[in-house]
Design a protein around this ligand. Structure first.
Ligand code: NAG
Ligand code: NAG
Ligand code: NAG
Ligand code: NAG
Length: 474
Protein backbone atom coordinates (compact mmCIF):
# COMPACT_ATOMS: atom_id res chain seq x y z
CA UNK A 1 0.00 0.00 0.00
CA UNK A 2 2.70 2.41 1.04
CA UNK A 3 4.79 1.23 -1.80
CA UNK A 4 1.92 1.76 -4.02
CA UNK A 5 1.52 5.22 -2.65
CA UNK A 6 5.16 5.93 -3.22
CA UNK A 7 4.93 4.78 -6.74
CA UNK A 8 2.00 6.98 -7.30
CA UNK A 9 3.86 9.89 -5.70
CA UNK A 10 6.78 9.17 -7.90
CA UNK A 11 4.45 8.96 -10.84
CA UNK A 12 2.67 12.14 -9.93
CA UNK A 13 5.58 14.45 -10.72
CA UNK A 14 5.77 13.61 -14.40
CA UNK A 15 1.97 13.63 -14.55
CA UNK A 16 1.91 17.18 -13.19
CA UNK A 17 4.59 18.19 -15.60
CA UNK A 18 2.67 16.53 -18.36
CA UNK A 19 -0.52 18.27 -17.33
CA UNK A 20 1.17 21.65 -17.17
CA UNK A 21 2.64 21.07 -20.58
CA UNK A 22 -0.68 19.87 -21.98
CA UNK A 23 -2.47 22.84 -20.48
CA UNK A 24 0.05 25.19 -22.03
CA UNK A 25 -0.29 23.49 -25.39
CA UNK A 26 -4.05 23.52 -25.09
CA UNK A 27 -4.26 27.18 -24.22
CA UNK A 28 -1.83 27.97 -26.97
CA UNK A 29 -3.99 26.03 -29.41
CA UNK A 30 -7.07 27.68 -28.04
CA UNK A 31 -5.47 31.09 -28.43
CA UNK A 32 -4.38 30.24 -31.95
CA UNK A 33 -7.82 28.96 -32.96
CA UNK A 34 -9.51 31.88 -31.29
CA UNK A 35 -7.34 34.49 -32.89
CA UNK A 36 -7.65 33.01 -36.36
CA UNK A 37 -11.36 32.61 -35.77
CA UNK A 38 -11.61 36.26 -34.84
CA UNK A 39 -9.53 37.39 -37.80
CA UNK A 40 -11.83 35.44 -40.10
CA UNK A 41 -14.94 36.72 -38.44
CA UNK A 42 -13.76 40.33 -38.61
CA UNK A 43 -13.58 40.21 -42.40
CA UNK A 44 -16.75 38.17 -42.78
CA UNK A 45 -18.46 40.48 -40.29
CA UNK A 46 -17.40 43.37 -42.44
CA UNK A 47 -18.66 41.65 -45.58
CA UNK A 48 -21.99 40.93 -43.96
CA UNK A 49 -22.15 44.56 -42.85
CA UNK A 50 -21.59 45.63 -46.49
CA UNK A 51 -24.25 43.17 -47.61
CA UNK A 52 -26.63 44.55 -45.02
CA UNK A 53 -26.04 48.14 -46.24
CA UNK A 54 -26.63 47.07 -49.83
CA UNK A 55 -29.73 45.03 -48.96
CA UNK A 56 -31.24 48.06 -47.24
CA UNK A 57 -30.38 50.11 -50.27
CA UNK A 58 -32.04 47.55 -52.54
CA UNK A 59 -35.23 47.84 -50.49
CA UNK A 60 -35.22 51.62 -50.94
CA UNK A 61 -34.62 51.25 -54.66
CA UNK A 62 -37.47 48.74 -54.84
CA UNK A 63 -39.80 51.10 -52.98
CA UNK A 64 -38.76 53.96 -55.25
CA UNK A 65 -39.42 51.97 -58.44
CA UNK A 66 -42.80 50.84 -57.13
CA UNK A 67 -43.76 54.44 -56.29
CA UNK A 68 -42.39 56.20 -59.34
CA UNK A 69 -42.24 53.60 -62.11
CA UNK A 70 -45.79 54.03 -63.47
CA UNK A 71 -46.43 50.28 -63.29
CA UNK A 72 -42.85 49.01 -63.25
CA UNK A 73 -42.01 46.81 -60.27
CA UNK A 74 -38.63 45.82 -58.82
CA UNK A 75 -37.84 42.27 -57.69
CA UNK A 76 -34.80 41.79 -55.48
CA UNK A 77 -32.64 38.75 -56.23
CA UNK A 78 -29.79 39.42 -53.82
CA UNK A 79 -27.89 42.39 -52.39
CA UNK A 80 -26.76 43.41 -55.92
CA UNK A 81 -29.14 41.86 -58.42
CA UNK A 82 -32.50 43.34 -59.24
CA UNK A 83 -35.11 42.66 -61.93
CA UNK A 84 -37.45 45.34 -63.22
CA UNK A 85 -40.71 44.00 -64.61
CA UNK A 86 -43.44 45.56 -66.67
CA UNK A 87 -46.99 44.57 -65.76
CA UNK A 88 -48.34 41.55 -67.57
CA UNK A 89 -50.10 42.51 -70.79
CA UNK A 90 -47.83 45.50 -71.44
CA UNK A 91 -47.82 46.17 -75.16
CA UNK A 92 -44.39 45.31 -76.47
CA UNK A 93 -44.63 46.87 -79.89
CA UNK A 94 -40.95 47.20 -80.66
CA UNK A 95 -39.87 44.35 -82.90
CA UNK A 96 -36.17 43.66 -83.06
CA UNK A 97 -35.52 42.43 -86.58
CA UNK A 98 -31.99 41.29 -85.71
CA UNK A 99 -33.04 38.94 -82.92
CA UNK A 100 -36.52 38.31 -84.37
CA UNK A 101 -38.40 39.07 -81.20
CA UNK A 102 -40.36 41.73 -79.42
CA UNK A 103 -38.83 43.61 -76.53
CA UNK A 104 -38.93 41.60 -73.31
CA UNK A 105 -40.96 42.74 -70.31
CA UNK A 106 -38.20 41.98 -67.78
CA UNK A 107 -34.77 43.54 -67.33
CA UNK A 108 -32.18 42.45 -64.82
CA UNK A 109 -29.56 44.78 -63.41
CA UNK A 110 -26.56 44.67 -61.15
CA UNK A 111 -27.23 47.62 -58.89
CA UNK A 112 -23.74 47.40 -57.35
CA UNK A 113 -22.07 47.78 -60.76
CA UNK A 114 -24.53 50.50 -61.79
CA UNK A 115 -23.88 52.61 -58.73
CA UNK A 116 -20.10 52.23 -59.09
CA UNK A 117 -20.30 53.32 -62.74
CA UNK A 118 -22.62 56.27 -62.32
CA UNK A 119 -21.05 57.67 -59.18
CA UNK A 120 -17.73 57.53 -61.00
CA UNK A 121 -19.12 59.83 -63.72
CA UNK A 122 -19.51 62.60 -61.16
CA UNK A 123 -15.70 62.78 -60.97
CA UNK A 124 -14.85 62.33 -64.65
CA UNK A 125 -13.61 64.63 -67.35
CA UNK A 126 -15.70 63.94 -70.46
CA UNK A 127 -13.98 66.17 -73.01
CA UNK A 128 -10.95 65.08 -75.01
CA UNK A 129 -7.88 67.16 -74.17
CA UNK A 130 -4.27 67.47 -75.22
CA UNK A 131 -3.05 66.36 -71.78
CA UNK A 132 -5.06 63.13 -72.16
CA UNK A 133 -3.52 62.34 -75.54
CA UNK A 134 -0.08 63.16 -74.14
CA UNK A 135 -0.58 60.87 -71.11
CA UNK A 136 -2.36 57.91 -72.66
CA UNK A 137 0.10 55.29 -73.94
CA UNK A 138 -0.02 55.55 -77.73
CA UNK A 139 -2.39 58.49 -77.33
CA UNK A 140 -1.26 60.36 -80.42
CA UNK A 141 -0.11 57.41 -82.50
CA UNK A 142 -2.98 54.94 -81.93
CA UNK A 143 -5.85 56.72 -80.23
CA UNK A 144 -5.99 60.14 -81.92
CA UNK A 145 -6.51 58.55 -85.37
CA UNK A 146 -9.54 56.67 -83.95
CA UNK A 147 -11.21 60.01 -83.28
CA UNK A 148 -10.70 61.33 -86.81
CA UNK A 149 -12.76 59.92 -89.66
CA UNK A 150 -11.26 59.66 -93.15
CA UNK A 151 -7.74 60.36 -91.92
CA UNK A 152 -6.34 57.89 -94.40
CA UNK A 153 -3.98 56.30 -91.91
CA UNK A 154 -4.49 53.93 -88.96
CA UNK A 155 -1.54 55.25 -86.98
CA UNK A 156 -0.44 58.82 -86.59
CA UNK A 157 3.30 58.48 -86.82
CA UNK A 158 3.27 62.04 -88.11
CA UNK A 159 1.76 63.88 -85.15
CA UNK A 160 1.42 67.12 -87.13
CA UNK A 161 -1.12 65.43 -89.36
CA UNK A 162 -3.37 64.51 -86.44
CA UNK A 163 -2.87 67.88 -84.79
CA UNK A 164 -4.09 69.62 -87.92
CA UNK A 165 -7.36 67.71 -87.59
CA UNK A 166 -7.76 68.08 -83.84
CA UNK A 167 -6.28 71.49 -82.92
CA UNK A 168 -9.47 73.39 -83.46
CA UNK A 169 -11.32 71.26 -80.89
CA UNK A 170 -8.51 70.25 -78.56
CA UNK A 171 -8.06 72.22 -75.32
CA UNK A 172 -4.83 71.79 -73.36
CA UNK A 173 -6.62 70.81 -70.15
CA UNK A 174 -10.22 70.16 -69.10
CA UNK A 175 -12.36 73.20 -69.92
CA UNK A 176 -15.13 71.98 -67.55
CA UNK A 177 -14.99 70.70 -64.00
CA UNK A 178 -16.86 68.24 -61.79
CA UNK A 179 -19.48 70.09 -59.64
CA UNK A 180 -19.23 73.18 -61.86
CA UNK A 181 -23.03 73.60 -61.87
CA UNK A 182 -25.63 72.82 -59.24
CA UNK A 183 -28.65 72.07 -61.41
CA UNK A 184 -28.69 70.97 -65.03
CA UNK A 185 -31.47 70.11 -67.46
CA UNK A 186 -30.86 67.50 -70.12
CA UNK A 187 -33.47 67.94 -72.83
CA UNK A 188 -34.10 65.03 -75.16
CA UNK A 189 -36.05 65.37 -78.36
CA UNK A 190 -39.18 63.35 -77.59
CA UNK A 191 -42.51 64.47 -79.01
CA UNK A 192 -43.80 64.12 -75.43
CA UNK A 193 -42.38 67.60 -74.80
CA UNK A 194 -45.37 69.10 -76.63
CA UNK A 195 -47.80 67.60 -74.08
CA UNK A 196 -46.39 69.76 -71.27
CA UNK A 197 -45.03 73.26 -70.88
CA UNK A 198 -41.71 72.73 -69.17
CA UNK A 199 -40.04 75.70 -70.94
CA UNK A 200 -39.70 78.02 -67.91
CA UNK A 201 -38.69 75.17 -65.62
CA UNK A 202 -35.97 74.05 -68.05
CA UNK A 203 -34.63 77.59 -68.35
CA UNK A 204 -34.36 77.92 -64.56
CA UNK A 205 -31.44 75.46 -64.47
CA UNK A 206 -27.83 76.60 -64.18
CA UNK A 207 -27.00 74.84 -67.46
CA UNK A 208 -29.10 73.25 -70.22
CA UNK A 209 -27.92 70.35 -72.38
CA UNK A 210 -29.54 69.58 -75.74
CA UNK A 211 -29.12 67.02 -78.49
CA UNK A 212 -28.31 67.11 -82.18
CA UNK A 213 -30.63 69.29 -84.31
CA UNK A 214 -33.09 70.22 -81.54
CA UNK A 215 -34.43 73.66 -82.48
CA UNK A 216 -34.60 76.35 -79.80
CA UNK A 217 -36.79 79.27 -80.79
CA UNK A 218 -39.97 81.22 -80.00
CA UNK A 219 -42.11 78.55 -81.63
CA UNK A 220 -41.09 75.90 -79.10
CA UNK A 221 -40.07 78.14 -76.17
CA UNK A 222 -43.10 77.17 -74.09
CA UNK A 223 -42.22 73.50 -74.32
CA UNK A 224 -38.42 73.34 -74.35
CA UNK A 225 -37.26 76.74 -73.13
CA UNK A 226 -34.75 79.10 -74.71
CA UNK A 227 -31.59 78.64 -72.65
CA UNK A 228 -28.74 77.02 -74.53
CA UNK A 229 -25.42 76.04 -73.00
CA UNK A 230 -24.32 72.62 -74.29
CA UNK A 231 -25.23 70.57 -77.34
CA UNK A 232 -24.08 67.01 -77.86
CA UNK A 233 -24.10 66.08 -81.53
CA UNK A 234 -23.44 62.97 -83.53
CA UNK A 235 -21.23 63.28 -86.55
CA UNK A 236 -24.10 63.32 -89.06
CA UNK A 237 -25.84 66.19 -87.28
CA UNK A 238 -22.68 68.27 -86.99
CA UNK A 239 -23.04 69.19 -90.67
CA UNK A 240 -26.35 70.96 -90.07
CA UNK A 241 -25.22 73.09 -87.16
CA UNK A 242 -24.79 76.44 -88.93
CA UNK A 243 -28.48 77.46 -89.03
CA UNK A 244 -29.21 75.78 -85.66
CA UNK A 245 -26.46 77.69 -83.84
CA UNK A 246 -27.25 80.97 -85.53
CA UNK A 247 -27.64 83.59 -82.79
CA UNK A 248 -26.24 81.31 -80.06
CA UNK A 249 -22.51 82.05 -80.17
CA UNK A 250 -21.68 80.76 -76.70
CA UNK A 251 -23.43 77.43 -76.93
CA UNK A 252 -20.79 74.72 -76.52
CA UNK A 253 -20.85 72.02 -79.16
CA UNK A 254 -19.61 68.59 -78.13
CA UNK A 255 -19.14 66.09 -80.92
CA UNK A 256 -20.00 62.62 -79.75
CA UNK A 257 -17.81 60.32 -81.79
CA UNK A 258 -15.50 61.42 -84.57
CA UNK A 259 -14.45 64.55 -86.33
CA UNK A 260 -13.34 64.91 -89.94
CA UNK A 261 -12.41 67.53 -92.52
CA UNK A 262 -15.98 68.46 -93.30
CA UNK A 263 -16.81 69.14 -89.65
CA UNK A 264 -13.59 71.09 -89.26
CA UNK A 265 -14.60 73.26 -92.19
CA UNK A 266 -17.97 73.94 -90.53
CA UNK A 267 -16.29 74.73 -87.21
CA UNK A 268 -14.23 77.44 -88.87
CA UNK A 269 -17.40 79.23 -89.94
CA UNK A 270 -19.00 79.35 -86.46
CA UNK A 271 -17.80 81.15 -83.33
CA UNK A 272 -18.95 78.47 -80.86
CA UNK A 273 -16.59 76.48 -78.63
CA UNK A 274 -16.36 72.92 -80.00
CA UNK A 275 -14.98 69.82 -78.28
CA UNK A 276 -14.87 66.05 -78.71
CA UNK A 277 -16.59 63.81 -76.16
CA UNK A 278 -14.27 61.55 -74.18
CA UNK A 279 -15.46 58.21 -72.81
CA UNK A 280 -17.28 57.04 -75.91
CA UNK A 281 -17.70 53.35 -76.75
CA UNK A 282 -16.01 53.24 -80.13
CA UNK A 283 -17.61 49.96 -81.10
CA UNK A 284 -20.99 48.82 -82.26
CA UNK A 285 -23.68 48.87 -79.62
CA UNK A 286 -22.81 52.35 -78.34
CA UNK A 287 -25.65 53.78 -76.32
CA UNK A 288 -27.80 56.58 -77.69
CA UNK A 289 -27.04 60.28 -77.56
CA UNK A 290 -29.47 60.62 -74.64
CA UNK A 291 -27.41 58.42 -72.34
CA UNK A 292 -24.20 60.21 -73.32
CA UNK A 293 -25.81 63.58 -72.59
CA UNK A 294 -26.55 62.33 -69.09
CA UNK A 295 -22.94 61.24 -68.65
CA UNK A 296 -21.76 64.61 -69.92
CA UNK A 297 -24.09 66.50 -67.58
CA UNK A 298 -23.22 64.33 -64.60
CA UNK A 299 -19.53 65.11 -65.08
CA UNK A 300 -20.25 68.77 -64.26
CA UNK A 301 -23.57 68.97 -62.39
CA UNK A 302 -24.84 67.98 -58.93
CA UNK A 303 -28.45 67.52 -60.02
CA UNK A 304 -29.47 66.29 -63.47
CA UNK A 305 -33.13 66.77 -64.47
CA UNK A 306 -34.15 65.05 -67.69
CA UNK A 307 -36.95 66.22 -70.00
CA UNK A 308 -38.13 64.90 -73.33
CA UNK A 309 -36.98 61.32 -72.94
CA UNK A 310 -39.73 58.91 -73.94
CA UNK A 311 -40.36 57.40 -70.53
CA UNK A 312 -44.13 57.13 -70.10
CA UNK A 313 -46.22 53.98 -70.69
CA UNK A 314 -48.22 53.69 -73.90
CA UNK A 315 -45.37 54.13 -76.34
CA UNK A 316 -46.41 53.45 -79.91
CA UNK A 317 -43.98 55.25 -82.16
CA UNK A 318 -40.77 57.23 -81.96
CA UNK A 319 -41.52 60.93 -82.18
CA UNK A 320 -39.49 64.11 -82.01
CA UNK A 321 -40.98 67.42 -80.99
CA UNK A 322 -39.89 69.07 -84.20
CA UNK A 323 -40.37 66.40 -86.86
CA UNK A 324 -42.52 63.53 -88.06
CA UNK A 325 -42.56 60.19 -86.19
CA UNK A 326 -39.93 57.72 -87.28
CA UNK A 327 -38.41 54.44 -86.21
CA UNK A 328 -36.52 54.46 -82.93
CA UNK A 329 -35.10 51.86 -80.63
CA UNK A 330 -35.92 49.83 -77.53
CA UNK A 331 -38.41 52.00 -75.66
CA UNK A 332 -39.14 49.46 -72.89
CA UNK A 333 -35.48 48.75 -72.25
CA UNK A 334 -34.74 52.49 -72.12
CA UNK A 335 -37.66 53.28 -69.86
CA UNK A 336 -36.65 50.60 -67.34
CA UNK A 337 -33.04 51.77 -67.26
CA UNK A 338 -33.94 55.45 -66.81
CA UNK A 339 -36.25 54.46 -63.97
CA UNK A 340 -33.41 52.55 -62.34
CA UNK A 341 -31.14 55.58 -62.75
CA UNK A 342 -33.71 57.81 -61.10
CA UNK A 343 -33.92 55.45 -58.13
CA UNK A 344 -30.11 55.37 -57.90
CA UNK A 345 -30.13 59.16 -57.52
CA UNK A 346 -28.43 59.76 -60.89
CA UNK A 347 -31.23 61.68 -62.64
CA UNK A 348 -34.68 63.08 -61.95
CA UNK A 349 -37.27 62.26 -64.59
CA UNK A 350 -39.79 64.80 -65.86
CA UNK A 351 -42.53 63.65 -68.22
CA UNK A 352 -46.20 64.32 -68.98
CA UNK A 353 -47.39 61.56 -66.63
CA UNK A 354 -45.12 62.77 -63.84
CA UNK A 355 -45.74 66.49 -64.17
CA UNK A 356 -48.12 66.54 -61.16
CA UNK A 357 -45.56 65.25 -58.67
CA UNK A 358 -43.09 68.06 -59.29
CA UNK A 359 -40.43 68.68 -56.68
CA UNK A 360 -41.28 65.70 -54.53
CA UNK A 361 -38.16 63.57 -54.52
CA UNK A 362 -38.62 62.19 -51.01
CA UNK A 363 -38.84 58.55 -52.11
CA UNK A 364 -35.53 58.63 -53.98
CA UNK A 365 -32.69 57.31 -51.76
CA UNK A 366 -30.84 60.18 -50.08
CA UNK A 367 -27.35 61.27 -51.10
CA UNK A 368 -26.05 59.93 -47.79
CA UNK A 369 -27.57 56.52 -48.40
CA UNK A 370 -26.20 56.43 -51.95
CA UNK A 371 -22.71 57.33 -50.73
CA UNK A 372 -22.88 54.49 -48.19
CA UNK A 373 -24.14 52.02 -50.78
CA UNK A 374 -21.36 53.10 -53.14
CA UNK A 375 -18.72 52.58 -50.44
CA UNK A 376 -20.17 49.13 -49.63
CA UNK A 377 -20.28 48.07 -53.29
CA UNK A 378 -16.70 49.25 -53.75
CA UNK A 379 -15.47 47.37 -50.69
CA UNK A 380 -17.15 44.13 -51.72
CA UNK A 381 -15.75 44.41 -55.23
CA UNK A 382 -12.22 45.15 -54.04
CA UNK A 383 -12.34 42.28 -51.52
CA UNK A 384 -13.18 39.88 -54.33
CA UNK A 385 -10.35 41.26 -56.41
CA UNK A 386 -7.87 40.96 -53.49
CA UNK A 387 -7.03 44.60 -53.89
CA UNK A 388 -7.54 47.05 -51.09
CA UNK A 389 -6.93 50.38 -52.74
CA UNK A 390 -10.24 52.06 -51.98
CA UNK A 391 -8.97 55.61 -52.48
CA UNK A 392 -10.18 57.99 -55.13
CA UNK A 393 -7.25 56.97 -57.33
CA UNK A 394 -7.83 53.22 -56.98
CA UNK A 395 -8.66 52.87 -60.69
CA UNK A 396 -5.85 55.04 -62.02
CA UNK A 397 -3.84 52.72 -64.22
CA UNK A 398 -2.09 55.42 -66.19
CA UNK A 399 -0.68 58.60 -64.69
CA UNK A 400 0.23 61.80 -66.42
CA UNK A 401 1.79 64.96 -65.04
CA UNK A 402 1.32 68.43 -66.39
CA UNK A 403 4.06 70.95 -66.12
CA UNK A 404 2.39 73.98 -64.52
CA UNK A 405 4.66 76.39 -66.41
CA UNK A 406 3.61 74.94 -69.73
CA UNK A 407 -0.15 74.68 -69.62
CA UNK A 408 -0.48 74.68 -73.42
CA UNK A 409 -2.55 76.65 -75.89
CA UNK A 410 -6.31 77.05 -75.83
CA UNK A 411 -8.13 75.30 -78.67
CA UNK A 412 -7.55 76.76 -82.06
CA UNK A 413 -5.47 76.38 -85.14
CA UNK A 414 -2.94 78.56 -86.93
CA UNK A 415 -5.29 79.08 -89.85
CA UNK A 416 -8.23 80.26 -87.80
CA UNK A 417 -10.89 82.07 -89.68
CA UNK A 418 -11.80 85.58 -88.49
CA UNK A 419 -15.12 84.38 -87.16
CA UNK A 420 -13.35 82.11 -84.67
CA UNK A 421 -10.40 84.36 -84.00
CA UNK A 422 -12.65 87.02 -82.46
CA UNK A 423 -15.10 84.60 -80.88
CA UNK A 424 -15.78 83.45 -77.40
CA UNK A 425 -14.63 79.91 -78.03
CA UNK A 426 -12.01 79.99 -75.32
CA UNK A 427 -14.41 81.40 -72.71
CA UNK A 428 -14.30 78.25 -70.59
CA UNK A 429 -10.67 77.42 -71.22
CA UNK A 430 -9.27 80.58 -69.67
CA UNK A 431 -11.73 80.70 -66.79
CA UNK A 432 -9.81 81.47 -63.59
CA UNK A 433 -9.97 78.87 -60.82
CA UNK A 434 -11.30 81.47 -58.34
CA UNK A 435 -14.46 82.01 -60.37
CA UNK A 436 -15.42 78.35 -60.12
CA UNK A 437 -18.28 77.41 -57.84
CA UNK A 438 -17.19 76.66 -54.27
CA UNK A 439 -18.09 72.94 -54.55
CA UNK A 440 -16.01 72.59 -57.71
CA UNK A 441 -13.00 74.18 -56.00
CA UNK A 442 -13.42 71.91 -52.98
CA UNK A 443 -13.60 68.87 -55.22
CA UNK A 444 -10.49 69.96 -57.12
CA UNK A 445 -8.61 70.30 -53.85
CA UNK A 446 -9.87 66.96 -52.52
CA UNK A 447 -8.71 65.34 -55.74
CA UNK A 448 -5.32 67.01 -55.26
CA UNK A 449 -5.63 68.61 -58.67
CA UNK A 450 -6.02 65.31 -60.49
CA UNK A 451 -8.32 64.98 -63.52
CA UNK A 452 -9.77 61.53 -64.23
CA UNK A 453 -10.51 60.29 -67.74
CA UNK A 454 -11.92 56.99 -68.94
CA UNK A 455 -9.78 54.99 -71.29
CA UNK A 456 -12.91 54.02 -73.20
CA UNK A 457 -16.59 53.49 -72.74
CA UNK A 458 -18.18 52.03 -69.64
CA UNK A 459 -15.26 50.20 -68.06
CA UNK A 460 -14.85 51.12 -64.42
CA UNK A 461 -11.17 50.39 -64.22
CA UNK A 462 -8.38 51.72 -66.40
CA UNK A 463 -8.62 55.42 -65.79
CA UNK A 464 -6.09 57.90 -67.10
CA UNK A 465 -5.29 60.30 -64.29
CA UNK A 466 -3.52 63.58 -64.91
CA UNK A 467 -2.03 65.53 -62.06
CA UNK A 468 -2.00 69.33 -62.22
CA UNK A 469 -0.06 71.48 -59.88
CA UNK A 470 -2.44 72.76 -57.23
CA UNK A 471 -0.35 75.87 -56.82
CA UNK A 472 -0.71 76.95 -60.43
CA UNK A 473 -4.50 77.05 -60.04
CA UNK A 474 -5.30 77.98 -56.49
C1 NAG B 1 -51.20 47.19 -78.41
O1 NAG B 1 -50.74 47.79 -79.62
C2 NAG B 1 -51.55 47.52 -80.73
C3 NAG B 1 -50.85 48.11 -81.95
O2 NAG B 1 -50.41 49.41 -81.71
C4 NAG B 1 -52.95 48.08 -80.49
O3 NAG B 1 -53.79 47.75 -81.59
C5 NAG B 1 -53.53 47.47 -79.21
O4 NAG B 1 -54.76 48.06 -78.90
C6 NAG B 1 -52.57 47.70 -78.05
N1 NAG B 1 -53.06 47.02 -76.85
C7 NAG B 1 -53.07 47.58 -75.63
C8 NAG B 1 -53.55 46.72 -74.51
O5 NAG B 1 -52.68 48.73 -75.42
C1 NAG C 1 -15.35 61.55 -56.14
O1 NAG C 1 -14.74 62.67 -55.57
C2 NAG C 1 -14.96 62.84 -54.19
C3 NAG C 1 -14.30 64.13 -53.77
O2 NAG C 1 -15.02 65.25 -54.24
C4 NAG C 1 -14.42 61.64 -53.44
O3 NAG C 1 -14.67 61.79 -52.06
C5 NAG C 1 -15.10 60.38 -53.95
O4 NAG C 1 -14.53 59.26 -53.34
C6 NAG C 1 -14.95 60.26 -55.45
N1 NAG C 1 -15.78 59.17 -55.92
C7 NAG C 1 -15.40 58.32 -56.88
C8 NAG C 1 -16.36 57.25 -57.24
O5 NAG C 1 -14.33 58.42 -57.45
C1 NAG D 1 3.64 65.46 -91.58
O1 NAG D 1 2.37 65.98 -91.94
C2 NAG D 1 2.38 67.34 -92.33
C3 NAG D 1 0.97 67.80 -92.56
O2 NAG D 1 0.25 66.92 -93.36
C4 NAG D 1 3.27 67.50 -93.58
O3 NAG D 1 3.33 68.86 -93.95
C5 NAG D 1 4.67 66.98 -93.27
O4 NAG D 1 5.47 67.02 -94.43
C6 NAG D 1 4.61 65.57 -92.74
N1 NAG D 1 5.93 65.16 -92.28
C7 NAG D 1 6.50 64.03 -92.66
C8 NAG D 1 7.86 63.77 -92.11
O5 NAG D 1 5.96 63.27 -93.44
C1 NAG E 1 -29.12 84.05 -88.82
O1 NAG E 1 -30.24 84.70 -88.31
C2 NAG E 1 -30.43 86.03 -88.82
C3 NAG E 1 -31.61 86.69 -88.15
O2 NAG E 1 -32.00 86.04 -86.99
C4 NAG E 1 -30.62 85.96 -90.34
O3 NAG E 1 -30.73 87.28 -90.85
C5 NAG E 1 -29.44 85.22 -90.95
O4 NAG E 1 -29.66 85.06 -92.34
C6 NAG E 1 -29.22 83.88 -90.32
N1 NAG E 1 -28.01 83.28 -90.85
C7 NAG E 1 -27.94 81.99 -91.21
C8 NAG E 1 -26.61 81.53 -91.72
O5 NAG E 1 -28.87 81.23 -91.14
Amino acid sequence: MRQHKQVSVLNRRPTVLYLVFAAALFSFLLFYIQSSFFAGSVSSDRDSEMIRVLSNFQSSVQQCVDNRGLGLTAHIIDHCKLILKYPEGTNSTWYNAQFKKFEPLEYSYDVCEAILLWEQYRNMTTVLTREYLDSRPGGWVDYAPQRIAQLGTKKCTNKTLCEENLNVLLPAKPPFHPRQFRTCAVVGNSGDLLKTEFGKEIDSHDAVFRDNEAPVNEKYAKYVGLKRDFRLVVRGAARNMVPILNGSDNEVLIIKSLTHREINAVIKTIPNPVYLFQGIVLRRGAKGTGMKSIELALSMCDIVDIYGFTVDPGYTEWTRYFSKPRKGHNPLQGRAYYQLLECLGVIRIHSPMRSKRREDWSDIPSREMITQAHAAALRLKKNQGQSDDLGQFGNCNVWGNVDPDNSGPVSGSPDMSDVRKYSNYNKWEVMPFESLRREAQDHYNQMQGVSLYKMDGNRLDDLVCVRHSLKSEA
